[in-house]
Design a protein around this ligand. Structure first.
Ligand code: NAI
Length: 329
């Protein structure tokens, strides 16, 4: 193949800039941006392309993959680390290669996780509004020291480890639960020990069948009262309804989410003129001790540049029939 034609779905302005910068002086890849996300309705746009480039909330299930195969798509390039939205078996059955960006900036997500923790804890978002109204009352802004607190990290891969390193700087006592982790600057333990002993818990494992609703009613029942839960990994790791019950009973003292189970219906678009249809989401954001960001953990200049570069490198390897460094099977 001399030139690869690639359809990039769910395109945002900031991505056009980062991809344009990578494609300067590059003629082996011809990129077309589509604002639409990929699903069974939009798959027809893939006609005439060799490859598709997708993000976290594009639908790449069996039905879509069959359509992609029909339109002659030979490669799916994920511009993210997680690949839970792709039916790998279906892609394999149609001989469609799948590549991802395994690590663009683990620190970006780990640092966002800290931003959620500190904002929930020290309530700087509330202080910001108070001071603008000349309200200098401190009542309601009481926080706690992270120093010497026990913080549980579930999943200690690239992001989990970056978080552990930051937490060590705070002087926190870090517990890690990860079936594949080796010894490090933390205490390895099983999930029950982590759930029972942690003052704050942060999720950094992938979403798969065994981790779906990892944090459910039973998990909450094991946690300390007033625990902080942070999820910057994937929404469905947490049962949102169980969160609402745990918040109402005050078992859950703080909830920070950068991801949400039904986020594909909401995130990455300005929906101010729409009527919110998701009652669970509305209830979640109504709690004063819940902070939700719209999947922005990855969103730093450094990460955007790295995502674009690795995606283009993956595409070039495919175009030139080279071994695929970041293939997922
Ligand atoms: P990674 O693959 O480096 O690490 C995942 C770790 O989870 C591995 O060490 C693995 O052994 C562990 N693990 C697997 N199953 C587990 C289980 N049941 N319990 C405990 N640990 C388990 O992945 P990385 O790069 O650290 O990313 C983690 C997740 O973060 C991704 O799967 C993705 O969903 C999410 N993510 C979120 C972003 C955001 O913008 N909010 C951006 C990038 C990734």
């Amino acid at each position: 193949m001399t030139q690869l034609t690639m359809a990039l779905f769910s395109s945002q302005k900031y991505e056009q800039t980062s991809f344009d910068a990578c494609l300067k002086n590059q003629t082996d890849i011809k990129l077309t941006h589509f604002e639409q996300s990929l699903d069974a309705q939009t798959a027809i746009l893939c006609q005439g392309f060799d490859a598709v480039c997708v993000f976290v909330n594009d639908v790449v299930d069996k039905t879509v993959i069959e359509q992609l195969a029909h339109y002659g798509i030979k490669c799916i390039l994920l511009r993210c680390a997680g690949f839970n939205n792709v039916d790998l078996a279906a892609a394999n059955a149609h001989n469609i290669k799948v590549c991802r960006v395994p690590a663009y900036s683990p620190e970006a997500v780990a640092e966002h996780c800290i931003a959620l923790m500190l904002t929930l804890n020290r309530k700087t978002h509330k202080a910001y509004n108070r001071i603008r109204e000349d309200n200098f009352d401190l009542n309601g802004l009481l926080g706690f020291n992270l120093f010497k607190k026990t913080i549980g990290v579930i999943g200690c891969g690239k992001i989990g480890l970056a978080l552990v390193n930051i937490l060590n700087g705070f002087g926190a006592n870090v517990l890690v639960c990860d079936p594949y982790a080796t010894e490090g600057n933390y205490t390895l333990c099983d999930i029950d020990t982590l759930l029972t002993q942690s003052d704050a818990i942060s999720l950094h494992c992938p979403l798969n069948e065994s981790t779906h609703h990892l944090i459910d009613e039973t998990a909450f029942s094991k946690m300390k009262t007033g625990v902080m839960l942070i999820n910057t990994s994937r929404g469905a790791l947490v049962d949102s309804k169980a969160c609402i019950s745990a918040l109402k009973s005050k078992k859950l003292g703080y909830l920070g989410l950068d991801v949400y189970e039904q986020e594909s219906e909401l995130f990455f678009k300005d929906r101010r003129d729409e009527i919110m249809q998701d009652d669970i989401f509305s209830r979640l954001v109504s709690f004063p001790n819940v902070l939700v960001t719209g999947h922005q953990g990855f969103f730093t200049k450094e990460a955007l540049a790295e995502i674009a570069q690795t995606t283009i490198d993956n595409a070039l390897e495919f175009t030139h029939n080279k071994p695929l460094s970041n293939e997922v099977k």
